[in-house]
Design a protein around this ligand. Structure first.
Ligand code: 0X9
Ligand code: ZN
Length: 302
């Protein structure tokens, strides 16, 4: 059994336990892999869902890179649950994808936000001590590292680390994606809050050559999300629509050649902000699922 629900926010042990339960219960479809350990030694656990079809392309989905954004891991596990519990009736464009889920990209920070400081953002590594501990993992990736919207000061909330990929959490993602034989065509990273669908580039106010594809698919997703729950998500290039910030995972994934790289800022638009009550998990999860569906469909059509 497992202890997962979508009516409360869960601790790391419940989340990882749920992934292990799935691998045990559906061994033909699901497997777990520890892709590394956090600074404090917690597991970075990836769930793979695959029907084993050789031709499958792959989608990466992560959550919780920022500790306090609790709706992110909750929505990622919601997506997993919806896919698995109803796998046989999923459309072929869902079934013929190799899915890689990392619901907790920053387990140390996540646990710290449960036990010590609800608004903790960074990991627990870095050179700073006490209130100045931690690196913003979403400034620590190695594409245009430190270019804009990041800090060299350990006490800053957007401290980029001592160098690109200085942290075990970002290094684990990098090594896994670089060494994987899977054909990744989408990289989806869930955050909160603000209700945005953001695509590269984020390091500056500039767009990649294929930005019109990302914009079209992003807007299609926003339409579906609105249809499902009435929520409005704004779509655009990250550096322009939000703010320039370099060293984020979406830019790095895009630079690696993964075409559909998006950061989704989930609910809400500011009423509760990071402290989104758990009663909103299911509706937000539905939106996140709709988003992932549109991306899978877009890849399939190509
Ligand atoms: O600043 C961030 O890391 C993200 N926003 S958040 O409020 N969740 O912290 C946005 C990242 C967008 N992507 C890039 N700037 N590359
Ligand atoms: Zn975030």
């Amino acid at each position: 059994g497992h202890r997962m629900t979508w009516s409360a926010y869960h601790r790391m042990d419940d989340i990882v336990g749920y992934l292990e339960y799935l691998a045990k219960t559906y061994p033909d479809l699901c497997s777990v892999q520890e892709i590394g350990k956090s600074f404090e030694g917690r597991p970075l656990t990836v769930l793979r869902i695959s029907n084993g079809n050789e031709a499958n392309r792959a989608i990466w989905v992560d959550g919780g890179i920022h500790a306090r954004e609790w709706i992110s891991p909750a929505s990622v596990t919601y997506i997993i649950n919806q896919l698995i519990e109803d796998w046989e009736s999923q459309p072929s464009y869902i079934q013929n994808i190799d899915w890689y889920f990392l619901p907790l990209a920053n387990p140390d920070g996540y646990e710290y936000s449960h036990t010590r400081d609800r608004l903790w953002r960074k990991n627990r590594g870095g050179t700073g001590k006490g209130r100045c501990a931690g690196v913003d993992l979403n400034r620590n990736f190695g594409y245009k590292w430190g270019y804009a919207g990041a800090s060299t000061k350990p006490c800053s909330e957007i401290y980029a680390g001592s160098q690109a990929f200085s942290e075990p959490e970002t290094t684990a993602q990098k090594s896994f994606l670089e060494q994987s034989a899977a054909k990744f065509e989408a990289f989806l990273t869930f955050h909160s809050y603000g209700q945005y669908i953001l695509y590269p580039w984020g390091y500056d106010v500039v767009v990649p050559p294929d930005y019109m594809d990302l914009d079209r698919v992003g807007k299609e997703a926003a339409r579906k999300m609105k249809e499902i729950s009435g929520s409005t998500y704004s779509v655009g290039p990250s550096g322009d629509l939000l703010y320039p910030a370099a060293g984020a995972s979406d830019d790095w994934a895009k630079s690696m050649g993964i075409k559909y790289s998006y950061t989704v800022e989930l609910r809400d638009t500011g009423r509760y902000g990071f402290i989104l009550p758990a009663i909103y998990i299911e509706k937000t999860g539905e939106e996140a699922l709709a988003f992932v569906n549109v991306i899978a469909n877009a890849i399939h059509r190509k």
